[in-house]
Design a protein around this ligand. Structure first.
Ligand SMILES: N[C@@H](CCC(=O)N[C@@H](CS)C(=O)NCC(=O)O)C(=O)O
Length: 221
């Protein structure tokens, strides 16, 4: 059986959980916080989560894992078959990660755990998030899913990136980020209503106190 290393507060871990749930793939969770121990680095070269252990070896990088699951398991397709349409989904996945998830992540410590960041970082992140959401808005369809009529991997990446980025923008910059992309809020609400997303949200809520305690210790070091 597949083994998924990670923890339920991790948005990247939850992207894989959502893909597995939508495709009804059985997958055992190996609860792991990111770490740089030799044992975990032998599994995940970066020490990050998620990492997916398959019969053939371990895969890391969420977009790669999503593509692997889609190509190797039946059920709902997360990428279109037709090459151009498939490329468009990959384009959205990459844009959401590069221009929404990663810039917001630079301010997670301040937005979520009260660890003050540098002003220059916040200035860069604010600009990156605004440019990013406007770029995503131009590339996306939101009719009703981000790439069009069918749900895709891009919706999964959006679901677990947009909420965090919107919280960073609201808290640190008093910006309503998703208002910059008409249809984005509606899509987020629609995706959050999916039964699979609700199960993941519940697991996330249950895992949050332990993760906060772990982080508090880490920040004290
Ligand atoms: N590019 C990686 C990013 C994964 C990632 O950043 N995961 C976070 C947890 S949500 C992590 O492991 N952070 C620890 C670190 O950056 O050292 C992916 O697509 O899977």
């Amino acid at each position: 059986m597949l083994k998924l290393y990670g923890f339920a507060v991790s948005n990247y871990f939850n992207m894989v959980k959502m893909a597995a749930a939508l495709k009804q793939i059985d997958c055992e969770d190996v609860i792991t916080y990111p770490n740089q121990t030799p044992e975990y680095l032998a599994i995940s070269p970066t020490g990050k989560v998620p990492a997916l252990e398959t019969n053939e070896g371990v895969l890391v990088e969420t977009n790669v894992i999503l593509e692997y699951l889609d190509e190797n398991y039946p059920g709902i397709a997360l990428y279109p078959k037709e090459p151009f349409q498939k490329a468009r989904v990959k384009e959205l996945v990459k844009m959401i990660e590069l221009y929404m998830e990663l810039p917001a992540r630079r301010c997670h410590a301040e937005a979520f755990w009260g660890v003050p960041g540098e002003d220059i970082t916040k200035k860069e992140v604010k600009r990156a998030l605004l440019n990013g959401i406007q770029a995503i808005s131009r590339a996306a369809s939101f009719s009703p899913y981000i790439g069009g009529e069918q749900i895709s991997a891009a919706d999964i990446v959006f679901l677990y990136s947009a909420d965090l980025a919107a919280k960073v923008a609201a808290k640190l910059f008093a910006i309503d980020l998703l208002a910059e992309a008409p249809g984005a809020k509606e899509l987020l609400a629609k995706l959050n209503e999916m039964p699979e997303a609700k199960v993941i949200a519940q697991a996330r809520a249950e895992a949050t106190p332990a993760f906060n305690a772990y982080l508090q210790k880490a920040f004290q070091k």
